[in-house]
Design a protein around this ligand. Structure first.
Ligand code: GUN
Length: 293
């Protein structure tokens, strides 16, 4: 029986700590942190995520503003808004929810955000700082994964971590983070992806598996070593007529066959997802504190 790594519970504990810091900041006469999220179009998943980020901001005493645009907004208009927010001293963090409509260049948008306000950690400057092991803003999902490992005292030093997926949002940064020196780091990391041959050969050697490929139920029990720690980053919506919404979230891990072999596992939902939002709050607080130095 695996230990269930309860992301919701850990996220709530960390949010309480953040709320206390905000209270102290405000009591000392400073402005509370303020996060702005830009949402373009009406993708259901993006609306849910952005709504959850806004709610979390308010729970910890941050300012949280969502700016919504119709999907017909031009790249120039979006860039102009980003420039305005970059110059606004009352705003500490800015995220533009992805994906964006096809006529808008995501790379251009990501790079338009000031690195100091890029609380998603997607800017090349922040990715570069991560790659060099310098202090910077680490993207929220990888940071959330390290926070949950830290909370449960799961040792990473000297362990073999197999990351499945090489996306810029999760696979790439978590593989760098866990191999870097640091309290949650010093691991030997193998990055597997869609062109990896004989994937099970690698996953069966893993002390820790991070599954971030967006394929529901992809990792099955026969791919996992007895006693491994399994981190499931997948959040794919799949149709489910038994649910009120008509869908449910599915992870990249087949929980039923993997859980009996694992020593610890994150569920979906309630595992990495809530940690991602808390990590975003963490980054926004960090951006605000950097201004006070
Ligand atoms: N789309 C999916 N995940 C994310 C995220 O962490 N940040 C942003 N901005 N967009 C996303």
């Amino acid at each position: 029986m695996a230990l269930i790594l309860n992301g919701k519970e850990v996220a709530d504990t960390l949010k309480q700590k953040i709320a206390q810091e905000v209270e102290q900041m405000v009591a000392a006469g400073h402005r509370a942190p303020h996060l702005v999220a830009i949402l373009v179009g009406n993708d259901g998943g993006s609306q849910t995520y952005v709504g959850a980020k806004e709610k979390a901001c308010h729970e910890v005493g941050f300012g949280g503003t969502v700016i919504r645009y119709d999907e017909t907004i031009t790249e120039e208009q979006l860039l102009a808004k980003i420039a305005e927010i970059n110059a606004d001293p009352e705003i500490d963090g800015l995220i533009v929810q992805l994906p964006l409509p096809k006529h808008i260049n995501e790379t251009k948008i990501t790079h338009a955000i000031l690195p100091q306000k890029d609380v998603d950690g997607f800017h090349d400057v922040n990715m570069g700082q991560l790659a060099k092991g310098n202090d910077g803003i680490v993207s929220a999902t990888p940071l959330g994964i390290t926070l949950i490992l830290q909370h449960y005292n799961i040792e990473t030093a000297g362990k073999h971590v197999v990351v499945i997926g090489r996306s810029n949002i999760v696979g790439r940064p978590i593989s760098i983070l866990l191999s870097n020196p640091g309290p949650v780091g010093n691991a030997t990391v193998t990055v597997c992806h869609s062109r990896t041959q004989n994937l099970s050969h690698f996953t069966l050697q893993a002390d820790i598996i991070v599954a971030a490929i967006g394929k529901p139920g992809f990792v099955t029990g026969d791919m996992v070593k007895e006693g491994a720690v399994v981190i499931d980053v997948g959040t794919t919506r799949i149709d489910d007529a038994t649910k009120k919404a008509g869908w449910r979230l599915s992870g990249d891990v087949d929980f039923a066959s993997v859980e009996p072999k694992a020593s610890a596992i994150t569920p979906v939902p309630g595992g990495v997802g809530p940690m991602t939002i808390t990590a975003l709050l963490n980054n926004t607080l960090k951006a605000r504190k950097a201004q006070l130095k």
